[in-house]
Design a protein around this ligand. Structure first.
Ligand code: C5P
Ligand code: MG
Length: 197
């Protein structure tokens, strides 16, 4: 079971800010399990499970899936990987309710979030990254600018308040998310090391 020395990283930022890309690099460096709620939801959708069918409506519109669905999915994932040294949470939490649930799930395992790494990228850059990704990813929510705009609006209203939530806990690190991938990665690692001191 996880313990207090474990490392739990939340990678935070708007759609297209590089959370998934940088998570992969962090996974290579630290022995952690990756929880990408977006990937889990897309897998449910592809497998046409009941959960996947429910989630599909929200995902295709660019809206957030209800808290209880996503929280349940994360709870299951953590239960199934309870031997892990820690987790990288990618795309979760997306709301204050999800953040409160995450704190209590970690608390139940006598552990906590080490740091929240927020990737800072301008909106113009985000739109072009997402449209570019849409050409190869096949993701329905990356295909048109309207859906992308809805995702930004969801981010602004429901997810951005988490910045204050984690700043108040002294866990929030803002990282320049535009530019060279390995420069960004080094900034992320510096923040992780700082948070672990
Ligand atoms: O994290 P990612 O950008 O891959 O998520 C894709 C979509 O999955 C989101 O736009 C949203 O519809 C859904 N999602 C969600 N709640 C989460 C994570 C993803 O509703 N915590
Ligand atoms: Mg992602």
């Amino acid at each position: 079971m996880a313990h207090t020395q474990s490392l739990n990283i939340v990678i935070f930022g708007p759609p297209g800010s590089g959370k998934g890309t940088q998570s992969q690099k962090l996974l290579d460096k630290f022995q952690l399990k990756h929880i990408s709620t977006g990937d889990l939801l897309r897998a449910e959708r592809a497998a046409k499970t009941e959960l996947g069918k429910q989630a599909n409506e929200f995902i295709s519109q660019g809206e957030l899936v209800p808290d209880e669905v996503v929280i349940g999915m994360v709870r299951n994932f953590m239960l199934n990987h309870s031997d892990s040294e820690g987790f990288i949470f990618d795309g979760f939490p997306r709301t204050v309710n999800q953040a409160i649930a995450l704190d209590s799930m970690l608390d139940e395992n006598n552990t906590k979030i080490t740091c929240v790494l927020g990737l800072d990228v301008g909106e113009h850059e985000l739109v072009s990254r997402l449209l570019l990704r849409g050409r190869s990813s096949g993701r329905i929510d990356d295909q048109d600018e309207n859906t992308i705009r809805t995702r930004f609006k969801e981010y602004q209203t429901k997810t951005l308040p988490l910045q204050d939530f984690y700043q108040n806990q002294g866990k929030y690190y803002s990282i320049q998310g535009a530019g060279d991938l390995s420069t960004i990665f080094h900034s992320l690692c510096a923040s992780v090391n700082n948070a672990r001191k």
